[in-house]
Design a binder for this molecule. Structure first.
Ligand code: IVH
Length: 697
């Protein structure tokens, strides 16, 4: 069939945007939900780029289900409280077979069945994450909220949009007016480990377990941070309008939980694949036993299994108690906790000066390993536990990963035991410790504290940074203790003779070390920047920053003069910009850079790195290939700041307007360039328009 009227350019663009959205959403679903990629990453990237270009040129084309809307918008100021359409209940727990049987007995009774009637049930894993309520209207995700108190939660839609496995639009031909979906947001164990490793490398406090990390992430004000944490989501509850019936082609209205899980899956959600239909209590027991050991093979934490009556009409008939449904029960795994005796409270001073209290206790076996130390995180946690000398404590391996002290058993406390607190002075250098208002961390702020210096050196030579082979912690300790090394740059003044005079250092290994240090000078610029150990500048951020700022001099200028150019880098927020500003404004750090340059560091990208970075930005930059002309005075940006922002996003700034100019950015008292733009039909932006373009909207 051929159409007679030629399509208008706008209609063509609309059709293409629709097609791109459909393709990209389908590809994301295949990748994140089905784990069966449809296309290669570069193909996805190119299509995404095309959609972004279309939407940038024609903002009317943007729709809330566009994949470009997953991460967007400025950081929130706070979260609104929202009333849930349907309350989020909690679950009753059973900790043993007797409790499970008692629950089942009560259920038979309310349903008026004679034991031993067998009621078909569904067994699901109890995911140890954070419950979310998702609201879809006419198939489009309009709101996402935390559980809160079950009646009201916090509205965190912008954050939830960044979760790749949450569909922005339901895969239904005729979606109901509204759909409420509940499920669990989670951080898989490997992502959790990577987040904590990154935090450790930046000297930040670690998350105790994946659930805490997930809860903290969902309440992040900046959706970009949420996106970087790669959360996942399993859907498990479906609510539909009472009168809704499926149109032909769409999955039918489910009449039981098993079908509801399938409905959710067909609508595009990720549903946990380990659910099972359980015909009777014996099958429930077997399911629980299976996962009690099987859970260790899972890539995410679970704290039990949930058993639900399958038939939705029977669920209705069974109803609810005050706080939980009668038709479901959580069977919890026995906690992996054990008592131990506190031996001492020690303190670690990290490379950023943060002082972390550590409990050392008699070794106890937990989740397959022997545990004898656990971090107490900070002074607040220490106070909360109310720890005293010689206390009997309960230790747990949270999420089977990091050991933690759960509580103290005060009834077993020796008489007259002293209450334990953080020391007032640094255990390493004796200087007064500082705790700033609103900060959880207590710090040593003496920049020449040997603990800080040792930490800085260890970080500099570590694998992800300068990767200096043969420079271990023991050696660093000797170098610092003997006063041979007072800064990172001093490492490069060490010679073979001096090194071989140290303990356990032969002349051959001393020579090797000197060559390894020499070779480290050729490490790429992003590793050098990461190695400096600037607060918040981990490996990922260092790469992003060095792409935009190919030398320490350029980065320093931007940090000190145009912080907007720093936050214009994708993934970099104000916290990082401030940290860079502080770092570069500190004279000792400026001196370090000068000394490093003197020892032969370029502190800049080499030509090869630059070419590789250019090729990469050419493919991804937001304003790539676009030319701007600036005229007049902008309300807040200076000419050079605006230019820096445009260039950081891949655009070019030119002095004169031609047909090839993409945009003229005009401020007050704009002159002939503005009239020329108007006569040539070149689009004109004000400062807000430029900012919007830079935000990718
Ligand atoms: S059903 C009324 N199913 O466990 C139904 N909950 O301890 C209540 N959870 O708040 C929820 N996995 O956050 C259900 N497969 C699952 C679950 C699950 C984890 C969480 C959920 C709930 C908590 C109750």
């Amino acid at each position: 069939m051929s159409s007679t009227a030629p399509e208008s350019p706008l209609a063509k663009q609309q059709a293409r945007a629709l097609e791109l959205r459909r393709l990209l959403n389908q590809a994301a679903h295949a990748y994140y939900v089905l784990d069966a990629p449809l296309m290669e990453d570069p193909v996805y990237d190119q299509l995404y780029r095309e959609l972004l270009d279309l939407e940038t040129a024609q903002p009317d084309l943007v729709s809330p289900d566009s994949p470009t809307q997953r991460v967007g918008g400025a950081p929130a100021q706070g979260f609104q409280s929202v009333q849930h359409r349907i309350g989020l209940l909690s679950l009753d727990n059973a900790f043993n077979t007797a409790e499970l049987e008692a629950w089942y007995g009560r259920l038979l009774k309310v349903l008026d069945r004679e034991p031993p009637a067998a009621l078909p049930m569904v067994g699901e894993l109890k995911i140890d994450g954070n419950a979310l309520a998702l609201s879809y209207e006419h198939g489009v995700l309009v709101r996402a909220a935390t559980r809160g108190d079950g009646e009201q939660g916090e509205e965190i839609t912008a954050n939830v949009r960044t979760i790749a496995s949450v569909p922005l639009r339901l895969q239904l031909e005729h979606p109901p007016a509204w759909v409420e979906v509940r499920g669990e947001a989670l951080i898989p164990d490997d992502t959790f480990a990577a987040i904590n490793a990154e935090r450790e490398s930046r000297g930040e406090a670690l998350f105790a377990n994946p659930r805490n990390a997930c809860a903290g992430t969902l309440r992040q004000l900046d959706p970009k941070v949420v996106a970087s944490r790669r959360l996942d989501f399993f859907a498990y509850t479906l609510h539909l309008p009472e009168d809704w019936q499926a149109a032909p082609g769409d999955p039918e209205r489910p009449s039981n939980q098993w079908a509801a899980l399938q409905w959710l899956q067909q609508a595009g959600f990720k549903v946990n694949p380990n659910a099972a239909l359980l015909p009777d209590l014996a099958a429930v027991e077997a399911f629980f036993q299976h996962w009690d050991s099987g859970r260790r093979q899972l890539a995410y934490a679970t704290d039990g299994v949930v058993v639900k009556l399958n038939d939705l009409r029977l669920q209705d008939a069974a109803g609810f108690t005050q706080k939980a449904p009668r038709w479901a029960i959580a069977l919890k795994y026995p906690a992996e906790e054990a008592p131990s005796k506190l031996l001492r409270l020690s303190c670690q001073v990290g490379r950023t000066g943060v002082v972390t209290p550590v409990a050392e206790f008699e070794p106890v076996p937990l989740a397959g390993t022997s545990v004898s130390r656990a971090t107490l995180h900070n002074a607040d946690r220490l106070a909360e536990l109310d720890l005293h000398g010689g206390d009997t404590i309960v230790v747990r391996k949270a999420g089977e990963i990091i050991p933690e002290v759960v509580r103290v058993l005060p009834e077993l406390r020796p008489a007259g035991a002293p209450r334990l607190q953080l020391p007032h002075t640094c255990p390493e250098c004796g200087s007064e410790l500082v705790r700033e208002a609103g900060e959880a961390a207590t710090r040593c702020v003496n920049s020449s504290c040997p603990a800080i210096l040792r930490g800085a050196l260890r970080h500099w030579v570590s694998k992800g940074a300068l990767d200096v082979d043969g420079m271990g912690s023991k050696l660093i300790e000797q170098l610092v203790d003997r006063g041979l090394v007072r800064s990172i740059a001093d490492l490069y003044r060490l010679d073979g003779a001096l090194l071989s005079s140290l303990e356990r250092m032969g002349s051959k290994s001393a020579e090797n070390l000197v060559s390894a240090l020499e070779a480290s000078k050729a490490q790429p610029w992003h590793r050098q920047l990461y190695g400096l150990g600037i607060h918040h500048v981990g490996e990922v951020n260092a790469k992003a920053l060095t792409k935009a700022f190919p030398s320490a001099a350029e980065l320093a200028t931007a940090a000190l003069e145009t912080p907007e150019a720093i936050t214009a880098v994708y993934g970099i927020g104000t916290e990082i910009a401030q940290s860079l500003q502080q770092w570069f404004a500190t004279p000792a750090n400026q001196e370090l850079l000068t000394s490093l340059e003197r020892t032969g560091f370029s502190l800049a990208a080499t030509d090869t790195e630059l070419r590789a970075a250019e090729a990469a930005t050419a493919a991804t930059a937001l304003l790539n290939g676009q030319t701007f002309v600036l005229t007049g005075t902008l309300p807040s940006l200076s000419r050079s700041q605006a230019q820096a922002l445009i260039e950081a996003a891949g655009g070019k700034v030119s002095g004169s307007v031609s047909k090839k100019t993409s945009y003229v950015v005009a401020g007050a008292e704009a002159g002939s360039k503005l009239s020329k733009a108007e006569s040539l039909g070149v689009p004109v932006l004000d400062e807000a328009g430029l900012q919007a373009l830079l935000q990718g909207s």
